[in-house]
Design a protein around this ligand. Structure first.
Ligand code: ATP
Ligand code: MG
Length: 461
């Protein structure tokens, strides 16, 4: 449940609860004070009447007694009945028009030595308060007046309606007020919450606009500073990361150029020798031409590969989908694959994008696929498999064919190490460097049956 709704509901329930409690308290106070008042009035009417009829009862004057009680019932409202008993305790006069109830004398019996008794009777006609007084001290004749509590009931009904209406109105007003107030209070909090979500998504440098001068305002200022600092920090990190990539690349280039110079010396020497011969004997044979051409081609090939690696002095980091690159590389080598009757099987799991240089990764994958194809000149099986392992991507290339001999296993990543007549030996060293630049690693296994190379690249290099 949203915070503003909770606050509003809490307010509304407090107001409604208080309304009900206040209503109940008022009701109790009003009931008891009204009942006390009614009893007081009833007693005074009973006492007056009892004084008036005392003589008539003494003289057994039924008519005068009846006249007096009828008189009082007519003038006093809320009186349901009046009855009086005579000296032997029998009913003497009463106001019941259609006969009196048989158990009337047991309704509110006045105990011996008592001069009065008050009893609340629950009758078919509602609550009736019977006020009984003895006419002569503690002698038998009694006078009973039944007073209806209808007045109290009506007042209570009115009071209840009033309390309910005012509670409803107060609840409505308080709900409108508390709904809008809690929205006002919690709105900046929601803004802050959204802002922290955006921070956790890495959207640094944004600002939150809360003008309040309270704790929330202070908190938003802190968050703005934090966001700004995080942005600066990330920019610094990216700078140093780029710097690092550049340094690594330079080291790799240094190593490569040393090898390159060494490799170029061989074809250059053969050309030099040929040209020295040419100086003494200017007739150049077709065979000589072929040697020069092949030497030049060899150098050209070396330089092209070297330049391809060296030219890119800026790493172009983007979101790279490795699976789609694998498919592209397989397509690229489709001709060789078909020519050498190689079976390719892809087993690619769903992978998130990797933050990497797309062209470099493609180059690395291509070199590995080319090596695998070259290792199976008479056909075989190439299995490429990819999967996600926590925050790293695993790509594995497995090809059948001759094993990598034990004695060259620690050399295959060296630049210019090759066992192929037409190879440059740069392929794996380039793969090694590329994977290194992306903070990944490469490993391989080779036995009589198959050779497999595995790349392990972090998603956020
Ligand atoms: N999949 C493989 N199966 C067997 N041997 C391999 C495999 N990959 C590499 N090698 C061995 O490692 C050596 C070095 O490979 P690298 O890719 O660096 O150079 P190359 O393939 O010989 O030449 P280049 O790739 O420059 O044309 C290869 O000559 C080969 O002997
Ligand atoms: Mg190769």
């Amino acid at each position: 449940m949203k915070l503003w709704l909770k606050i509003a509901l809490l307010n509304v329930s407090i107001v409604a609860g208080l309304g009900i409690l206040i209503g109940l308290a008022i009701r109790d106070t009003v009931i008891s004070s009204m009942r006390a008042e009614l009893t007081k009035q009833g007693l005074s009417v009973a006492r007056n009447l009892s004084d008036r009829i005392a003589n008539f009862i003494l003289l057994d004057d039924f008519y005068k007694t009846q006249e007096a009680i009828d008189d009082v019932q007519k003038t006093e409202k809320d009186i349901e009945y009046i009855f009086a008993t005579e000296k032997n305790g029998f009913l003497f006069a009463h106001t019941f028009r259609n006969g009196y109830p048989p158990d009337i004398l047991r309704w509110n019996f006045i105990a011996l030595k008592k001069v009065q008794s008050i009893q609340l009777l629950d009758t078919e006609r509602g609550f009736i308060r019977d006020i009984g007084v003895k006419v002569f001290g503690d002698m038998n004749p009694e006078l009973h007046i039944g007073i209806r509590e209808e007045g109290i009931t009506q007042t209570l009904r009115k009071l209840r309606n009033l309390v309910i209406t005012s509670t409803i109105i107060a609840t409505l007003i308080s709900s409108v007020l508390s709904f809008s107030l809690s929205r006002i209070i919690t709105k900046p909090l929601y803004k802050l919450m959204k802002f922290t979500h955006s921070l956790s998504r890495g959207e640094f440098g944004r600002k939150i606009e809360i003008k309040a001068k309270d704790e929330v305002g202070e908190l938003s200022d802190t968050f703005n500073n934090l966001s700004h600092e995080l942005k600066l920090y990330r920019e610094k990190m990216e700078d140093s990361y780029k710097q690092m990539l550049r340094t690594e690349k330079l080291t790799a280039l240094g190593r490569l150029s040393a090898g390159l110079a060494h490799e170029i010396r061989n074809p250059l020497t053969s050309i030099k020798v040929l040209f020295q011969t040419f100086r003494d004997n200017p007739a150049l044979t077709k065979e000589d031409m072929r040697v020069v051409l092949s030497a030049v081609e060899q150098m050209d090939d070396l330089l092209t590969r070297f330049l391809r690696f060296a030219r890119r002095d800026d790493f172009n980091l983007s979101e790279v989908y490795v699976n789609s690159l694998i498919k592209q590389v397989v397509n690229l080598t489709h001709f060789q694959i078909k020519n050498q009757s190689i079976d390719v099987s892809l087993n690619l799991s769903k992978l998130p994008p990797v933050k990497a240089d797309r062209a470099l990764i493609q180059q690395a994958l291509l070199n590995l696929v080319l090596n695998a194809i070259e290792a199976m000149p008479h056909g075989g099986v190439l299995k490429i498999f990819s999967k996600l392992d926590h925050d790293r991507i695993i790509v594995n290339f497995k090809n059948t064919g001759a094993a990598i001999p034990e004695e060259i296993k620690d050399k295959i990543f060296d630049p210019f190490f090759t066992t192929k007549g037409d190879g440059t030996g740069l392929g794996l060293s380039i793969v090694y460097n590329i994977i290194n630049l992306h903070h990944g690693n490469i490993s391989f296994e080779s036995n009589e049956k198959e050779t497999s190379f595995t790349l392990n690249i972090p998603i956020n290099a």
